[in-house]
Design a protein around this ligand. Structure first.
Ligand code: NAD
Length: 426
């Protein structure tokens, strides 16, 4: 694994998201006493590919980046999962993320398996032209591995609808016909879905509403702190604020802002689009990222990267509920500490599934060539998220386990049933 992960999570543990994902899977499998012969295939990705991505930089230099695409599972449908551009991307990280996608798609019951891709790079240091050349060459290198019936990429950390448009164009040019269904999270004019860009944030709003309903807590008395102000964090903040939730803390990689009386999120968004930082926002005090996670609040939404809540800070969190916007933000050690402290964790593979649900709707619309009004997308999203939430809640009550283990149990049961029906190809 990359040693760089150590820098992210502090000195507490050698942190590997793939180990975390497998530990979570094994825990749930042992609780339902699943046959190890049936679980073993779920512990192994179907396919892992590493590619070299040579890019001519603006300076004339030729740099070679490393790219990955992992298809973890395709039992219930083609692989589905984002493309990450980040300096810390490793094969283990991409594999963990692909595994989480597999469990997530089973929980919200969309006809996809799980996949993920990434390129180890810092997109903030690339010009627009370099980013385009990198994307096109990466897609050319994984061309044989993706497609609307095979494996369908989407945006993740460091990528955007703009990048997805280049993915769609490169794939279509190589095929010789237009194939919008090869990728989701595209701009709407290229076959994107209404509501996709904010879908993960909207899914988080629905999840916060669902968990607060179970806790008999009204939304307008709920306070929320969000770590990460990218696609997921900023859309969640905006939609929660619009729903009457008091957003009191926000952060991005450079630090955060806090106002216990509530932040005016629309003003924060204007400030962010003008200054590209939260710093300097008037009407809030500045806090660093470590302090932000420990602010007193009812709901904490980590929406940045893996391993942010770990054994070193889990004992100091002052939230009542953690709703995971990011993938893998809580280590298994931290999970135990939070459980002992009575802090409820709504796991990533349920809470942030709004993105893949609307990606599924986008893929369906592309394949039909018929596009839905935004109200239809949002209503169907709410239904999928709520049915998934109730299913996970039911499993956690039935087996008397935390919600993460309940979510894994639901996913494992669905996958085992599908695997048994397909049988073992030999
Ligand atoms: P993004 O690139 O749009 O935003 C990432 C944000 O995290 C940025 O604001 C960045 O400044 C911030 N950040 C990075 N390191 C940080 C740190 N140490 N502390 C605080 N903030 C930090 O990415 P995104 O698409 O919003 O994804 C965020 C998380 O949500 C990832 O874990 C991703 O896998 C997950 N996710 C994304 C989607 C989606 O649809 N985009 C769907 C499901 C899950």
């Amino acid at each position: 694994m990359s040693r760089r992960h150590l820098g992210r999570v502090g000195p507490f543990r050698h942190h590997n998201p793939l180990e975390d994902m497998l530990a979570q899977l094994d825990k749930a499998a042992s609780i339902i006493k699943a046959d190890p012969n049936e679980i073993e295939p779920m512990r192994h990705p179907k396919r892992q590919v590493i590619v070299s991505v040579p890019v001519r930089m603006d300076s004339g230099e030729l740099r070679v980046f490393t790219g990955y695409r992992v298809l973890y599972d395709n039992t219930r449908g083609p692989g589905k999962g984002g493309i990450r551009y980040h300096p810390d991307v490793t094969l283990d990280e991409v594999t963990a993320l692909a595994g989480w996608m597999s469990w997530k798609c089973a929980i919200v019951d969309v006809a996809f398996g799980g996949a993920k891709g990434g390129v180890t790079c810092d997109p903030k240091l690339l010009s627009e032209g370099e980013l385009e050349r990198l994307t096109r060459r990466y897609v050319a290198e994984i061309f044989d591995l993706i497609g609307p019936t095979v494996d369908i990429p989407a945006p993740d950390v460091g990528t955007s609808p703009r990048v997805m448009a280049w993915v769609m164009d490169t794939f279509s040019m190589k095929k010789g016909y237009v194939e919008p269904g090869v990728v989701t999270g595209k701009p709407i004019v290229l076959g994107g879905s209404r509501g996709r860009e904010e879908a993960t944030g909207r899914g988080l709003l629905i999840t916060v509403a669902n968990v607060q309903r179970k806790r008999s807590r009204p939304l307008d008395e709920t306070t929320v702190v969000i770590q990460g102000f990218g696609n997921v964090g900023s859309n969640a903040a905006r939609l929660l604020h619009q729903a009457g939730v008091k957003v009191i803390g926000l952060s991005d990689v450079n630090g955060g802002i806090y106002n216990p009386a509530g932040l005016d999120v629309s003003r924060v968004l204007t400030h962010y689009s003008e200054h590209h930082t939260l710093a300097g926002f008037r009407g809030a005090e500045e806090v660093d990222n470590a302090a932000l996670l420990e602010l007193p609040c009812e709901v904490l939404i980590p929406a940045a990267l893996e391993g942010q809540i770990h054994e070193g800070n889990a004992g100091r969190l002052r939230a009542r509920v953690v709703v995971e916007g990011a993938n893998g933000p809580t280590t298994p050690e931290a999970d135990e500490i939070l459980k002992e402290r009575g802090i409820l964790v709504v796991p990533d593979i349920l809470a942030n599934a709004g993105g893949v649900v609307v990606s599924y709707f986008e893929w369906v619309q592309d394949r039909y060539g018929f596009f839905w009004p935004e109200a239809d997308v949002n209503a169907r999203l709410e239904e999928k998220m709520t049915v998934g939430f109730e299913g996970v809640w039911e499993m956690s009550e039935q087996y008397v386990v935390d919600l993460r283990t309940g979510a894994y149990i639901l996913a494992i049961k669905r996958l085992l049933e599908a695997r048994a029906l397909r049988g073992l190809y030999a």
